[in-house]
Design a protein around this ligand. Structure first.
Ligand code: IVH
Length: 672
């Protein structure tokens, strides 16, 4: 394709993808399948790669962020970012209404909105283009986190329509929907990283990450709640927000124009009950006066506007007694302390157990047996203990002594530096770990073998299952004599196990339960290494050369395959016919023009992020490694390449190429 027709197609694809982004992320009404979307995006990425002359930071392909370390620029807010006066009581809210009617005698319209619980952001648009995204900071100035904000797909980089002011500001709240928060925390726990306490901390923490490609992986979203500027389309807040929706902003539908204070109270009561069902957290309702003229008359105190107030809901908490602490052993040996509580009602359900997270948390909160503890529903799954009423504490109470030995197999626990949890290292002989691994193996997203946890326990107790390869040695005759099994259920199980032989390699890899190898990592590894032998033989550098695989994961994979028991297990699985390689049709068609060439990427690049370069290398059949050795073919050097790396590459006589030469290498090979 020549440059001009490529340019034309690139423009078409960008327009199309922007429209689909809007439908998916803003309206939540996708009109094409994910597959079709990915095909369009891949086409765009391929064209942009082949034609770097059309690079545009606002392209929908650029929402993946950039892994160059960035310092945030401090920017002064044109309009200071004030806070809101807030109240938890209806009486005080009535006082607020009374103050307003003293200041304004004419009719007042109120706008009620939800108070989204995230981090506030101020977006500047110049001629319809996002040019700045500033955090609240101290209210006077904040950090320009535009590169992170660009990764949020519901935020328009270019506006739709033409009737927007030349320059204006949209303010809103960046937040994590509950589902995204839970998924992210589950991944963090899997990686032994401290989970975020709540979606708000997670959102504001994420905005401050100095590597936008990491931000891009977090499912942030953004609701806009105010417009500021000189020539706004309307003289009223509500109407301007409706207009902003037409320009492509995500203006939540949970907003109401009220003509009386009674309607405001109704809105508050309605959402107090219904907020549990929202897909994101709120901590109250914000009430604003609609007319800018009236807002102006009322003005501001030093800290906040007199024309708005936040009515905050009380966090759903309950106070109950801590009876005892259980210690659960997970499939990887991680220990989780769980509180047994005197049953108490919280947000509509009876709660008997709550998470205590880990030893540090117990120590920080100074939680003791018999204490009255506050429990709270956060992400709504399992409640957590958030505090202690020490005033009612028994004088003779003692701090909790965290267990030192595994409650199941009595092996001494270990705690690695920098990790939050204790571990039982007895992987081969600790019953809950073995059962946990078996349960993980059969789970729906892994091998999808229809088998309940209790039945696994039964088979384990009868000595029929000790590891996951034993599934393939189970016979109908073994099962039929067991309690709970009849002819039909035994048949079903055997058939379900047989069917698991068709499960694709990436899910098998996930099913093995290697520490830190979750679904996403398993997919990346399977696509890169194609089969288990390649993975087992991969060097540390090859492993860390794969996108998203860091030192910790690489180390864990190598440890796993070093273990003779695991090697044997793999042999037995292979013998049983389990899929240990990618099927032909799953293999991504890769260009093979960098085949067998090994690359090290170093420094900072102009047009590509490091991840993008790695991706390009992978897609052309090359290998990425993280450190230079005599087997390295090329070092792709950007600016700021470390002097020791440079010296090593020169000493070993390795070809050092820059970004442009690298692109030529692909181009050149492509023409070959
Ligand atoms: S309006 C002049 N509307 O609450 C203040 N704020 O202290 C204008 N927030 O961190 C703020 N939802 O980010 C407004 N619907 C909403 C909001 C909202 C959440 C946050 C805001 C700020 C805090 C106000």
């Amino acid at each position: 394709m020549n440059s001009s027709s490529a340019g034309q197609r690139i423009n078409e694809l960008r327009k199309l993808l922007n429209e689909h982004n809007y439908k998916y992320y803003v309206l939540s009404q996708p009109s094409i399948s994910d597959f079709e979307y990915d095909m369009l995006l891949n086409e765009l990425i391929d064209l942009e790669t082949a034609h770097p002359e059309f690079y545009d930071p606002d392209s929908p392909s650029q929402r993946v962020g950039d892994d160059r370390n960035q310092e945030f620029e401090q920017v002064k807010h044109v309009y200071p970012m004030l806070s809101l006066g807030n109240t938890y009581s209806k009486e005080e809210l009535t006082d607020f209404f009374n103050r307003i009617s003293k200041g304004i005698t004419e009719k007042v319209e109120y706008v009620c909105e939800l108070k989204y619980d995230g981090a506030s952001i101020s977006l500047t648009y110049d001629k319809g283009k996002l040019t700045q995204a500033i955090t609240r900071g101290d209210g006077e100035s904040g950090d320009n986190v535009i590169n992170n904000i660009r990764t949020i797909r519901s935020i328009p980089l270019r506006l739709a329509g033409t009737d927007y002011p030349d320059r204006f500001i949209m303010r809103g709240e960046v937040f994590l929907p509950r589902s995204g928060f839970e998924k992210m925390n589950a991944e963090r726990e899997e990686m032994d990283e401290m989970p975020f306490a709540n979606p708000r901390n997670a959102a504001s923490g994420t905005l401050k990450i100095q590597n936008s490609s990491l931000v891009a992986r977090r499912p942030l979203d953004c609701f806009l709640y105010s417009m500021l500027g000189e020539d706004l389309p309307h003289e009223t807040h509500f109407e301007n927000l409706q207009k902003a929706r037409e320009w492509g902003f995500k203006i939540p539908g949970y907003i109401k124009k009220c003509h009386s204070t009674g309607e405001v109270f109704e809105f508050i009561d309605h959402w107090e009950n219904k907020r549990k069902n929202l897909p994101f957290d709120i901590d109250g309702v914000v009430i604003k006066i609609n007319s800018y003229r009236q807002q102006h008359i009322l003005g501001y105190t030093a800290k906040s506007p007199r024309w708005a107030i936040a009515y905050k809901y009380k966090a759903e908490q309950a106070l109950t007694r801590l009876i005892s602490i259980d210690y659960q052993v997970g499939r990887t040996g991680a220990i989780t302390p769980v509180a047994n509580l005197e049953p108490v009602k919280l947000a509509g359900t009876q709660v008997r157990r709550a998470s205590l997270h880990n030893a540090d948390q117990i120590e920080i909160l100074d939680i003791r047996i018999n204490d009255l503890v506050y429990i709270e529903k956060g992400g709504e799954i399992i409640p957590k203990v958030v505090g202690v009423d020490k005033s009612k504490r028994d004088v003779s109470s003692q701090p909790v002594r965290y267990i030192e030995k595994c409650p199941a197999c009595h092996t001494r626990l270990i705690k690695n530096k920098g990790e939050a949890k204790h571990y039982c290292p007895n992987e081969e002989g600790c019953p809950p770990q073995i059962k946990g691994k078996l349960e993980h193996y059969v789970s729906r997203r892994a091998m999808d073998i229809g088998l309940a946890g209790a039945t696994i326990g039964q088979l384990y107790n009868h000595g029929l299952l000790k590891d996951v390869a034993d599934f393939y040695e189970l016979k109908k005759e073994d099962l039929i004599n067991l309690e709970r099994f009849a002819e039909k259920s035994a048949d079903n199980l055997v058939r379900s196990i047989e069917k698991s032989l068709n499960v694709p390699f990436d899910r098998v890899l996930y099913a093995l339960g290697i520490r830190y190898v979750g679904e996403t990592v398993a997919k990346k590894l399977a696509a890169h290494f194609q089969n288990i032998e390649n993975l087992m033989n991969a060097s540390f550098e090859e492993l860390t050369g794969v996108e998203e695989i860091g030192d910790k994961i690489a180390e864990s994979i190598q440890d796993y395959f070093k273990n003779d028991n695991h090697k044997q297990l793999i042999s037995r699985l292979r013998f049983a016919g389990v899929n240990l390689k990618m099927k032909k049709e799953q293999t991504k068609a890769v260009l093979q023009n960098l085949k067998n060439k090994t690359f090290v990427i170093s420094g900072v690049f102009e047009d590509f992020s490091r991840d993008e370069l790695k991706n390009l290398i992978g897609r052309h059949g090359g290998k990425n490694v993280s450190s230079i050795s005599s087997r390295t073919d090329y070092v792709v050097a950007g600016t700021n390449m470390g002097p020791s790396k440079l010296k090593k590459a020169q000493e070993l006589g390795i070809q050092i190429i820059d970004e442009k030469e690298f692109l030529k290498l692909i181009e050149y090979k492509r023409k070959e």
